[in-house]
Design a protein around this ligand. Structure first.
Ligand SMILES: [Zn+2]
Ligand SMILES: [Zn+2]
Length: 134
């Protein structure tokens, strides 16, 4: 079953990523040391930057700005999503944004599953059919 293998691979990838980050190794190539504060080595970072700049000029700067903004919000104890309300202790988001994020992720997942089911001809489950995805 392809879905099962995919889920397993994702699980494996996440595990690999975490262990590489712990060891301070690049998550892309897996053997070079990372740039401090990053999850990639200089080599892979440059490659990534080049490919991104080619497909979407200005996005690296945007990415950097978002990263800086996020770090600033974390330092101030503000929600990384809205930057207005204080984040819940031990969390990066305020309760409102977290609830919203959780809700949209859940709806999105159900929506994806429903789409997939429609394509493969299997009807969605009861729960999925009555979900309020819009
Ligand atoms: Zn690398
Ligand atoms: Zn917020």
């Amino acid at each position: 079953m392809p879905a099962r293998t995919k889920a397993l691979r994702r699980k494996y990838n996440r595990k690999r990523r975490t262990s590489l980050i712990e060891q301070g190794l690049c998550v892309t190539c897996g053997w070079r040391e990372v740039i401090p504060g990053r999850t990639q080595c200089q080599f892979c970072y440059d490659l990534w930057k080049k490919s991104v700049e080619r497909s979407d000029p200005g996005s690296v700067k945007r990415h950097e700005r978002q990263k800086a903004q996020r770090a600033e919000r974390i330092a101030k104890g503000l929600c990384t999503e809205c930057g207005k309300r204080p984040a819940t202790e031990g969390m990066r988001m305020c309760p409102r944004c977290r609830a919203m994020r959780n809700d949209s992720t859940r709806k999105y997942k159900i929506h994806q599953r429903t789409l997939k089911a429609q394509q493969s001809g299997t009807p969605p489950t009861e729960k999925e059919r009555y979900s309020k995805w819009r």
